[in-house]
Design a protein around this ligand. Structure first.
Ligand code: C2E
Ligand code: CA
Ligand code: CA
Ligand code: CA
Length: 277
């Protein structure tokens, strides 16, 4: 078995080396991307399950490499995390999302709840709190209108220190959401200790409605109710999923059924209405 293993390693080594080289090239590219203005945010609506009205928006990062195929954030975010570049990129994302919220408010669309993804790596940034304070002051975004999404798996690996930082953010009035919920193994006791407001049901469960996804979705909703947490279901694509989730009491839905992530102009045209009063 050992010999076999070694042979196999030898066989795959050139390919591994190639993959590693590609990652390094991407990493170098990404380093310049911010300076070249290639990063943008798209915005996906979060919709009230019963009324169909807008209840919030999630900012999702896009890397526009002018001519070259776009790289998915699912690919470049892990690379940015590995290299530590995510701290700088993540700050850009927070500022840009808040500036967009400010611009929309100034255009008369009222205050919007803006959700931004936060890499767990960013919770090790000691200046994060001060940075967010500055951005909120600079843009006039109310702390309660900024929600930070952190994935369940990453959060569970984190230290008490990260959790303490989250508690401080929440004490400022920010909202915190657990992303991709249900894929990790957080117990109810663990969740109770976390300073959070919202669970986002992972789309693998939503995709399995009707079917295997129904029982776990119902269980998550019951648990959230007991803990007093809001729930957002992600990846809602069909009317059947929408109807099931609304019936089970899931307050907020997000997914292609409503819209994919949109550029800011399209988002405003489709989802924002001027406030008359
Ligand atoms: P996520 O935070 O779980 O975001 C949801 C992903 O599902 C997005 O992919 C979104 O475009 C996609 N999606 C939304 N509705 C549907 C649907 O109905 N069906 C399907 N099949 N997909 C749907 P995207 O934009 O490619 O982002 C992938 C991941 O990259 C995100 O997953 C998030 O983990 C990460 N990411 C994106 N932007 C940022 C960012 O600014 N910071 C950090 N740290 N991570 C980010
Ligand atoms: Ca998210
Ligand atoms: Ca998610
Ligand atoms: Ca995800």
């Amino acid at each position: 078995a050992k010999r076999n293993g070694r042979n196999r390693a030898a066989l795959f080594e050139p390919r591994l080396r190639e993959a590693q080289a590609a990652r390094l090239a991407l990493q170098a590219d990404l380093r310049g991307a911010m300076a070249r203005g290639e990063l943008r945010l798209n915005y996906q609506p979060q919709v009230d399950a019963v009324r169909g009205t807008l209840s919030g928006v999630e900012a999702l990062l896009r890397w526009d490499r002018g001519g070259i195929d776009p790289v998915s954030p699912a690919v470049f975010i892990p690379i940015a995390e590995e290299s530590g570049l995510i701290v700088e990129i993540g700050r850009w994302v927070i500022r840009e999302a808040c500036r967009q919220a400010q611009a929309w408010r100034e255009q008369g669309f009222g205050q919007l709840r803006m959700a931004v993804n936060l890499s767990v790596r960013q919770t090790r940034d000691e200046q994060l709190l001060a940075f967010i304070d500055d951005v909120l002051e600079e843009t006039g975004v109310a702390p309660g209108c900024l929600e930070l999404e952190i994935t369940e798996n990453l959060l569970m690996e984190e230290t008490e220190l990260a959790i303490a930082l989250l508690a401080r953010l929440r004490a400022r009035g920010l909202h915190l959401a657990i992303d991709d919920f249900g894929t990790g193994y957080s117990s109810m006791a663990y969740l109770k200790r976390l300073p959070i407001d919202t669970l986002k049901i992972d789309m693998t469960f939503v995709r399995a409605i009707p079917g295997d996804g129904e029982a776990i979705t119902t269980a998550i909703l019951a648990m959230a109710r007991q803990l007093g947490l809001a729930v957002v279901a992600e990846g809602v694509e069909t009317g059947q999923q929408h109807a099931f989730l609304a019936r089970e009491g899931c307050g907020t839905l997000q997914g292609y059924r409503f819209d994919p992530p949109l550029d800011p102009e399209t988002f405003a045209a489709r989802w924002l209405q001027p406030r008359t009063s």
